[in-house]
Design a protein around this ligand. Structure first.
Ligand SMILES: N[C@@H](CCC(=O)N[C@@H](CS)C(=O)NCC(=O)O)C(=O)O
Length: 237
């Protein structure tokens, strides 16, 4: 049976920007596992209700259904023990879990301040009212008030201090070759990179260099990603 990943798309079916889906795609590629990407939009909740979730990614692997990016990465390690591990087990798994919380709570919120309004341009027109309503309720202010690229860059610079420290000593966060920690962070930077109207979001050469090297992995999967800038150049905002 085919392996299927439900993957968020935006104003174009090829515009794939979910940070959580990107980390899973990198994990699958790391393991050499093929996957069919099933395009999904924010409000298509019925299509993933079988997985008891209202969010992507959702992975269907034969008769196994797994939701949540970190759970999917862990599932892949368990289900395919003969492939290179992504998160590892025991202490290694716990550290990856900690790193995942760091990315979600420190890095992604900073990136969100930088691209909050750009996201509206990236999202499918039918999802824009939904996105604005749900996010404004979450932030407690309008997207326009939340959008603050300068403040976001300051927060991002501070948040990335531990990443900078590690990249001074090794080419990837997981050492000589990329692994789970790299993919967890890569997903968020890829998300901001795909939706940003003013690329690049990463202003620091060392981290940008790490990101570019990861984009080139797995047949240049990241390099081939369509960005909102490609579409706006052709179609306008
Ligand atoms: N903790 C989840 C978060 C997944 C998530 O928030 N996915 C977003 C897309 S990036 C989503 O599907 N949102 C649906 C919505 O906002 O209605 C994971 O790691 O997979």
């Amino acid at each position: 049976m085919a392996r299927i990943l439900y993957d968020l798309y935006g104003r174009d079916e090829q515009l794939r920007f979910s940070p959580y889906c990107w980390r899973v795609r990198m994990a699958l590629a790391h393991k050499g596992l093929d996957v069919e990407l099933k395009p999904w939009r924010f409000q298509q909740k019925d299509a993933i209700a079988f997985a008891n979730t209202d969010k992507v990614p959702v992975l269907c692997d034969g008769d196994q259904v797994v939701a949540d990016s970190f759970s999917i990465m862990g599932y892949l390690d368990d289900a395919y023990p003969d492939t290179p591990s992504v998160l590892g087990s025991g202490a290694s798994y716990q550290r990856a879990l900690l790193f995942s919380h760091y990315v979600d709570r420190q890095v992604s919120p900073a990136l969100l301040r930088i691209v909050a309004l750009d996201l509206l341009t990236a999202i499918h027109p039918d999802d824009r009212d939904y996105f604005r309503a749900t996010r404004e309720a979450r932030f407690g202010c309008t997207l326009e008030e939340f959008h603050s690229p300068e403040q976001g860059q300051t927060l991002l610079h501070k948040a990335l201090a531990p990443v900078r420290a590690v990249l001074r000593t090794s080419p990837f966060l997981d050492g000589e070759t990329p692994g789970g920690a790299d993919y967890l962070l890569f997903g968020s930077i890829m998300w901001a990179n795909v939706v940003s109207l003013q690329a690049p979001v990463i202003e620091e050469a060392m981290i940008d260099d790490w990101f570019r090297r990861l984009c080139a992995f797995y047949d240049g999967m990241g390099n081939h990603a369509l960005t909102v800038r490609d579409l706006v150049d052709k179609q306008g905002a």
